[in-house]
Design a protein around this ligand. Structure first.
Ligand code: CDT
Length: 316
C-alpha cells in the first residue's frame, strides 16, 4: 500500500491595513474547516498570513512597523484560535508570519514559516533566505518591496522534518525562484515542499505583462517539483490589498511535474489533493536517483560563486 496524505492549499484573499489579526485568524479557521470537510490532513497557508503584505509600505519608525505587523510570540492571544482548531481537528499545518525575536542579546526580524503537527506540537521552523526587493525608500515607485529593510536573511538553513509519515521541507515565496533551495531540500530526502507566497501582479522593476508573471510562477513550480521528485504545495495571499494586486494561482504539483490542483480565484479558496507520497519516493529511485547520477565534482561554482562572471574557456 502506498503512502497517501490529503494535502490542502488554503489560499487567502486580500488583507488590508485596517484588518486585525483576529479577523485574519477567523478567516484562516474557516479555511481550515473547509479543508477538513474535504478530508485534508495537512494544510498549507500563505506567507505573512496574519497581515497585509506590509513590505510594500515604507515606515520611518521601525517601532511602529513592529507593533503593526510582527508577532513577538506565536501563537498569540489573537492567533491562538487557529492552533486550537487545528489540534481539535487533528490537522497539521504550515503558516507564515513576521517574526520578532530577541536572540543573542539583540532584536531580530525574520520572514518565518512554521510546521505544526496534528497534535499541536511545533515540528519545524524556517526563516526565509532569499529576500527580494530593496532596503532603501523608493518614493517614485508605485509601491515598495522592502523585504531587505524589514527582515534579516534567515539563519536556520534549508531543512526537512519527519512529518505525518513523510519527509517535509519548507520554503517561502521568492525561494521558489532558486533551484538551489529545492535541491538542498531534495538532497535531504524531501517528499513534500510547502511554500507560501505574496507576489505582486506588477513587476516593480520593469514592465512585464501580469500573465507572464503567472506563467513563470507555474513553470517554476512544475520544474522544481519534477526535477527534485517532490510534491510541491504553493499557497498565495492574493487579490487587491488596499488597491495593490497580487496573483492567486495557488498550486499543488505532483512529483511528475503535473499540476494536480490549482486555485481559480483571488479570494479565500481551498484546493485539496490526495497525494501519493510514494510517487516521490519512486522517482527518487529511478529518473532522479541522485546517488547514481549527480556529479557534484563538477558543480563547485554553484557554491563558490554568487554572481555570474564571464569566464570563457581558454581552449577548445
Ligand atoms: N514575497 C515575495 O518574495 N515576493 C517576490 C516578489 C518578487 S518581485 C520583487 C516573489 O518572488 O514572488
Amino acid at each position: 500500500m502506498s503512502r497517501h496524505l490529503k494535502i490542502a492549499s488554503a489560499q487567502l484573499g486580500p488583507l488590508h491595513l485596517s484588518d486585525t489579526r483576529s479577523s485574519a485568524t477567523k478567516r484562516l479557521v474557516n479555511l481550515l474547516r473547509e479543508a477538513h470537510g474535504m478530508g485534508a490532513k495537512f494544510v498549507v497557508f500563505p506567507e505573512l498570513a496574519f497581515t497585509t503584505f506590509f513590505p510594500r509600505y515604507w515606515y520611518d519608525s521601525q517601532t511602529e512597523a513592529d507593533s503593526k505587523f510582527y508577532e513577538a510570540s506565536i501563537p498569540s492571544a489573537e492567533t491562538q484560535p487557529l492552533f486550537d482548531e487545528a489540534k481539535k481537528l487533528g490537522i497539521g499545518f504550515y503558516i507564515g508570519y513576521a517574526e520578532l525575536t530577541q536572540e543573542e542579546g539583540r532584536t531580530h526580524r525574520f520572514n518565518t514559516a512554521i510546521l505544526v503537527g496534528p497534535d499541536g506540537t511545533l515540528v519545524g521552523k524556517y526563516r526565509k533566505i532569499h529576500l527580494p526587493g530593496h532596503a532603501e525608500h523608493k518614493p517614485q515607485a508605485a509601491f515598495q518591496h522592502l523585504e531587505k529593510k524589514y527582515f534579516e536573511v534567515g539563519n536556520l538553513g534549508f531543512r526537512v522534518w519527519r512529518f505525518m509519515d513523510t519527509i517535509t521541507g519548507m520554503l517561502i515565496c521568492n525561494d521558489r525562484r532558486w533551484p538551489e533551495a529545492f535541491r538542498v531540500l531534495a538532497l535531504q530526502g524531501a517528499e513534500i515542499v510547502a511554500l507560501g507566497f505574496n507576489t505582486p501582479s506588477e513587476n516593480l522593476h520593469y514592465p512585464e505583462p501580469p500573465a507572464l508573471r503567472v506563467h513563470h510562477h507555474l513553470i517554476m513550480a512544475q520544474s522544481m517539483a519534477f526535477q527534485n521528485a517532490t510534491w510541491l504545495v504553493e499557497t498565495a495571499k492574493c487579490g487587491f490589498e488596499d488597491g495593490n494586486r497580487m496573483f492567486g494561482h495557488s498550486v499543488i504539483v505532483a512529483p511528475t511535474g503535473e499540476i494536480a490542483a490549482q486555485s481559480l480565484t483571488e479570494e479565500d479558496e481551498v484546493i485539496c489533493v490526495n497525494a501519493d507520497i510514494d510517487l516521490a519516493a519512486n522517482l527518487k529511485r529511478t529518473m532522479f536517483d541522485f546517488a547514481a547520477h549527480r556529479r557534484p565534482e563538477h558543480y563547485q561554482l554553484i557554491v563558490e560563486r554568487v554572481g555570474a562572471e564571464v569566464t570563457p574557456a581558454k581552449g577548445p
